[in-house]
Structures are given as C-alpha cells and as structure tokens.
Ligand binder design. Structure first.
Ligand code: ADP
Ligand code: MG
Length: 238
C-alpha cells in the first residue's frame, strides 16, 4: 500500500543518513585513535600538536552530532503562534558582531512586521542561523546580506540574499543532500536540516544562485490563521 511504501522510503532515508553519519564520525575517530596510540611515545612538541588535532577532531564530531540533534527531538518540540520577523531580528542581533568582524552588513526590509506563523521557535531559529551563516561564509571579503519579508497570498515569504561567491547549476542541484559540502570544515548538514524543518512547517524553501554574483534563499510559510493548532501538529521523524 501507499503507506507502506512511504514507510519503506522513510526507512531507506534513515538508513542512508545513518550510513553517512557513521562515515563522517568514523573518519575523525580513526584519526583520534591513531594519534592517541602514538601519543605516549611522542616528544613533548609532537604531543602538543597531536592533542590540538585530537581536540579539533572531537569538536568536529560534536558539531556533526549537534547539527543532527536539531532533527532528533532533543528538546520538547513545541509549535505555537510566532512572529517570524521577531525571530529574524533576534538572529540578526545574535550574528551582528561576527558579521561586523567579517565586513558583512545586514540590510533588512521587513515589509510585514507582524508575520505570524504556526511554528517551532528553536527550529526556525536554527534555519535562519544556518542560512545567515552560509551567506556569511559565501562572503569571504565581506558584503551585503539582504533580509526581506513579504506577504504572498496566505503565505509569508522570507528572503535571505547575499552578493557572495554563488553556486553553479551542479552545486545548486546538490545542496541539501546530507553531507554535501564545498567547505573544508563544513558538515553539509545545515541545508538538509533546514529543508526538513521548513517541510515540517508545511512551507517550502527555494534557492536562486549565480556563480560570483550571489545567492538568494526564499522561504514560504503559511500565515497563522488560528486553525493550525487544532490540527494535531506532530513533528515528523527524519
Ligand atoms: P556546510 O555549510 O556545512 O557546507 P550546508 O548544508 O549549510 O553545509 O551547505 C551546503 C553547501 O551549499 C555549502 O558547502 C556551499 O557549497 C553551498 N551553499 C550554501 N549556502 C550558500 C550560499 N549562500 N552561497 C554559496 N554557496 C552556498
Ligand atoms: Mg552551512
């Protein structure tokens, strides 16, 4: 039946994710194991170097696991009526110092100040952090990140646009694939997690990008209509 099919599709996705996760975690673990084995017989100088590498690798494992945990119900998942403009403002406020250091300027145009949706605050916050971080990372020499909100029918559309390195068609096709990254220390999990979260909010996320010109992500979320909380909202599993 259809439902069974869906279930087996879900299982294979989980299997794929698990395989990828195992791979991504095993790599740094192998490094750590190897270094620990030679640590005792190493010179003082080498020991310092090795412990630095070990710490880096452990931090990487931590990062991968915490990016995943956003999907794995670490806290109670609580949907409520939220103003996404407020969440965007908070995230911009959180990232402003880091952006300043990188010569990145946020420019906002919140044409809908009262953008109410039915959502999970921690998760939407995470999506915006992921997108802003990517935008900053796409601006190695600084630049502008434009943030807009507008209304379109029964939806709020948020757009986050940078004038950074951009992506070619191949890249655009691949983003959101688990572990797909072009960054040396990237995890390739941010967009996968973000797409999932937006899907679970019955919204959609699209991207437009041009190499060396910039990238814009558009998120569309249904406006809160007082009815959504009556439907039993459950957070879907990966
Ligand atoms: P990560 O940031 O760890 O690489 P993400 O899932 O957040 O993982 O992003 C995946 C890839 O998508 C990035 O490595 C990068 O190649 C591309 N990407 C995402 N956002 C942008 C952007 N704003 N500009 C250019 N490339 C981007
Ligand atoms: Mg990222």
């Amino acid at each position: 039946t259809e439902e069974m099919l869906l279930k087996s599709e879900k299982l294979s996705l989980v299997g794929e994710l698990a395989a990828g996760l195992a791979h991504e975690i095993r790599n740094p673990l192998t490094t750590v194991k190897g270094l620990v084995q030679i640590l005792q017989s190493s010179t003082e100088e080498k020991r310092e170097l090795y412990t630095d590498i070990i710490l880096d690798e452990i931090n990487r494992i931590n990062l991968i696991v915490s990016e995943f945990m956003v999907l794995a119900k670490p806290h109670a998942v609580y949907f409520s009526e939220l103003n996404v403009t407020d969440i965007l403002k908070t995230v911009i406020y959180l990232l402003e110092a880091e952006a300043n250091l990188k010569n990145v300027v946020f420019m906002d145009d919140f044409s809908v100040e009262e953008a109410h949706v039915f959502g999970e605050k921690n998760q939407l916050t995470q999506v915006f952090i992921n997108l802003f971080k990517n935008a900053m990372e796409a601006l190695p020499h600084g630049g502008i990140i434009r943030v807009r909100t507008r209304r379109s029918g029964d939806n709020i559309v948020l757009s986050i646009e940078d004038n950074g390195v951009g992506m070619d068609e191949e890249q655009v096709k691949r983003i959101g694939e688990p572990f797909y990254t072009t960054k040396e220390t990237g995890t390739g999990l941010g967009l996968m997690v973000s797409y999932r979260i937006i899907q679970n909010h019955k919204g959609s996320m699209t991207v437009q990008s041009e190499l060396n010109k910039g990238t814009s992500f558009n998120i569309s979320l249904p406006i809160f209509n007082g009815q959504q909380n009556k439907l039993e909202e459950k957070y879907n599993e990966v």
